[in-house]
Write a protein that binds this ligand. Structure first.
Ligand code: ZN
Ligand code: ZN
Length: 421
């Protein structure tokens, strides 16, 4: 059971303590006390990862080799139909002013109802050569599928992670397809803006002085080149011109399932050929039904050897710079995982994909804590008795990088390959 609290790692926010240090976490502390602990770098010292590359790394797939781009992961996770040759982009609803300056990258975080209604208004826009299919996923997030014989993933991101002038998409190789795709995408963005800015929802939001949800910024263009995700497929994108995925079960001999709310995490799981279990009430936000997710993950262990349970709101709080919210959510997760501690014959791992310090409101290269706990005869007990970034560093696992976590787990369950006789 791999429990990941997204963006958990932090830096001191009050009296020299991190949100995880401030939070009351009796269950995680119990795992720490009877388990083995350490700190782990997302990939290595000084490397800042996104969640997408963070999970590939944590699940033992070197992102430099296996990452094609974020778009296809979001598309797979959101349940949008993706066919061979489809180009997928991750989208943010955002706010721009009259001069095409992005003023809020998340349009004031619109609720699902608002964003999905606006998403419908721009769901299908086609030109002679390109079809654009937009789907809202969660909150301000969405996915754009570009379907065309000319589509190329070699186009630059419109979302540059900053406010300021819109950075229109540009071709990043000299091919005709890249040029056409960038032009068509920029056209679509302008058309979507024309539709969104006059939408009644935005008139209402303007009256209430809420940021208007009037533009879309895209990133991570990537393509399903060949095959089907659950059977192993080949992808391409600006980060990996051709990526052939060996399914998780083939790679490790472990049948695997994922429980997550957010599209990206489900997408990473599908990308690696894991089963994705949909849980009612799993939102990927603060309001997510943690009890339902934990129950569903525990049930999934009956038919699977490996379950990846993901919670997201720790990262959201980090991006918002809200350490109180982060601390509170950590405590909520801690309460909800009580049933996991009663599981028989189960190794439990609690860690994170990267740090999202409240002080930075962004991901950082800081390591995250990790605890591995299991029944008698599986893991050493190292004397650490609290689960947090600082105490964990005194533990028996020492300092790792996330790509070492799967090999360590395989070793613990007796599936590590033997070298020599
Ligand atoms: Zn993350
Ligand atoms: Zn994040």
């Amino acid at each position: 059971m791999l429990l990941v609290l997204d963006g958990l790692g932090d830096r001191p926010v009050k009296r020299g303590k991190t949100p995880l240090q401030l939070a009351k976490t009796p269950n995680m502390d119990k795992l720490a006390k009877y388990g083995t602990n350490g700190i782990t770098y997302p990939l290595g010292p000084g490397v800042v990862l996104g969640s997408d590359t963070g999970y590939l790394s944590l699940l033992g797939y070197d992102p430099y080799q296996f990452y094609a781009g974020r778009g296809i992961l979001e598309a797979l996770g959101s349940g949008v139909k993706v066919y061979e040759g489809d180009l997928a982009l991750r989208c943010n609803f955002c706010t721009i002013d009259g001069k095409f300056n992005v003023t809020d990258r998340r349009a004031g975080r619109p609720d699902d109802k608002t964003a999905s209604e606006l998403g419908k208004a721009i769901a299908n826009i086609s030109t002679k050569e390109f079809s654009f299919i937009f789907s809202h996923t969660k909150g301000h997030r969405g996915v754009l599928i570009i379907r065309s014989k000319s589509a190329s993933p070699m186009v630059s991101d419109v979302d540059n992670h900053n406010v300021g002038p819109v950075t229109w998409s540009k071709p990043i190789d000299p091919s005709d397809g890249a040029k056409k795709t960038a032009e068509a995408l920029n056209d679509w963005l302008r058309k979507a803006h024309q539709i969104l800015k006059v939408h009644p929802i935005n008139k209402e939001r303007a009256k209430k002085k809420l940021p208007e949800v009037n533009f879309v910024i895209t990133r991570g263009a990537s393509m399903l080149v060949e095959g089907a995700p659950l059977k192993g497929a080949t992808y391409s994108g600006m980060y990996g011109k051709s990526v052939k995925i060996q399914r998780f079960e083939e790679r490790y001999g472990l049948k695997a399932a994922c429980v997550a709310g957010g599209a990206l995490y489900k997408g990473v799981a599908k990308y690696l050929g894991m089963d994705v279990i949909d849980v009612k009430g799993a939102t990927g936000g603060f309001d997510t039904d943690l009890n339902a997710k934990v129950a569903s993950a525990a049930r999934a262990l009956k038919d699977n050897d490996f379950v990846f349970l993901h919670v997201k709101a720790t990262d959201v709080a980090g991006h918002d710079g809200d350490w109180q919210a982060k601390t509170k959510f950590i405590e909520k997760v801690d309460k909800a995982i009580a049933p996991l501690l009663k599981l028989k014959d189960t190794i439990i791992v609690v860690t994170s994909d990267h740090s999202t310090p409240c002080a930075l409101k962004a991901h950082s290269a800081d390591p995250v804590p990790i605890v591995i706990w299991g029944p008698e005869g599986t893991v050493r007990i190292d004397g650490v008795n609290k689960f947090d970034e600082v105490t964990a560093s005194h533990g028996g696992l020492g300092r790792l990088s996330n790509k070492e976590v799967m090999p360590i787990l395989l070793g613990i369950i007796g599936k590590a390959p033997m070298y020599g006789t």
